[in-house]
Ligand binder design. Structure first.
Ligand SMILES: [Fe+2]
Length: 343
């Protein structure tokens, strides 16, 4: 009898402490699956921890493996927030049922409607423009106009960009499908591929480097890499950033392609209110200033000014599309790029 009582007592104690641990986990911690891997993000996560006393666990990885993991884990997942550098993939996660809709006046105030899912499944946190970067000794700015024009004869063997599997290019083509229709977008992609200076390889920075090395004259790449290279420890990267010039294409027509890093609350989040608080924090002025100054991204919060480097390039017109279309056309974009032989 005494043994039984003792056993019961210890079992109760164990259960109690397990419960307490569980509650602690839910209330005081948050798990993020993040595709972003910048030191500046960790600084922000630390600030969130210090401000709210909520521990942030970050699991980093590439976007697709993180999305697959979330799907495989189902309701057992530890992830409360999915953070990805592409609205198209967040759209896919939404379609796969991996996210949940959340509502917050703070989020709706801090993030313009153009940069969030209108049903609340994901919220854009930073913007980047996909621009043309050129060598000023080989290209006169007046020769540049649009993405489409890079497929024309004067640009034969002078253009570089990365592969078609890269999400930045895939979302660029998804936006062109939305704007031009599939057939015209395919014609454009075909003509662009004919003018590539080399078979696509490397990341965005490598395209700018190739331009400075003389292999090509124009690269299609994201804005923030110029800022990052300007402050690189590698002298060649600094030279590249100081040599090339930035051009915003399609200013007289359909606007420059813009994408966002965005985050959504997972379907099986343990603590939805902490997750929302985290998104509110990341879109607050303090966090947006950090995104703007540490990683040279355009803030989504209009109360925060972009970094002076970005300001020095001037204002630009962005594509007038809702970013949810990037997810809608992601599959078609992949097919199209494959059909035109974009490696
Ligand atoms: Fe990037």
């Amino acid at each position: 009898m005494r043994t039984m009582i003792l056993a019961l007592f210890f079992m109760t104690l164990l259960t109690l402490s397990a419960c307490t641990l569980g509650v602690d986990n839910d209330q005081d911690s948050l798990t993020i699956y993040s595709e972003r891997h910048y030191d500046s993000d960790q600084v922000l996560f630390d600030l969130f921890e210090d401000t709210y006393g909520i521990k942030v666990n970050v699991i980093s990885g590439n976007a697709d493996p993180l999305i697959n993991r979330l799907e495989n884990e189902g309701e057992d997942t530890q992830a409360d927030v999915l953070l990805i550098a592409d609205a198209g993939r967040l759209g896919r996660a939404k379609t796969m049922g991996l996210l949940q809709a959340v509502e917050s006046d703070v989020l709706n105030t801090q993030i313009p409607a153009a940069y969030r899912d209108l049903e609340g499944y994901w919220y854009g946190l930073t913007k980047r423009a996909r621009v043309l970067v050129y060598h000023p000794e080989r290209v006169d700015e007046r020769e540049l106009s649009s993405y489409e024009a890079l497929g024309e004869e004067p640009w034969a063997s002078r253009v570089v960009t990365r592969t078609s599997t890269n999400i930045y290019n895939r979302s660029l083509m998804a936006s062109m499908i939305e704007i031009m229709g599939y057939d015209a977008a395919k014609d454009f992609a075909f003509s662009l591929v004919q003018n590539f200076a080399r078979t696509p390889t490397g990341n965005d920075r490598d395209q700018a480097k190739y331009v400075v090395e003389g292999g090509a004259d124009v690269a299609i790449m994201n804005t923030y890499y110029i800022g990052r290279m300007m402050n690189s420890a590698d002298p060649f990267e600094r030279e590249v950033a100081e040599t090339v010039k930035v051009f915003f294409p399609n200013q007289k027509t359909t606007g420059t392609h813009v994408n966002v890093s965005a985050a959504g609350v997972t379907k099986h989040a343990h603590n939805v209110s902490n997750a929302i608080l985290f998104l509110e924090f990341l879109s607050s002025e303090v966090a947006q200033e950090s995104f703007a100054n540490a990683n040279y991204e355009y803030p989504v919060n209009e109360a925060v000014a972009p970094h002076e480097l970005l300001q020095s390039w001037g204002d630009f017109k962005a594509q007038d599309i809702h970013l949810t279309v990037l997810g809608k056309h992601a599959y078609d974009a992949a097919i199209l790029m494959d059909e035109v032989g974009w490696e």
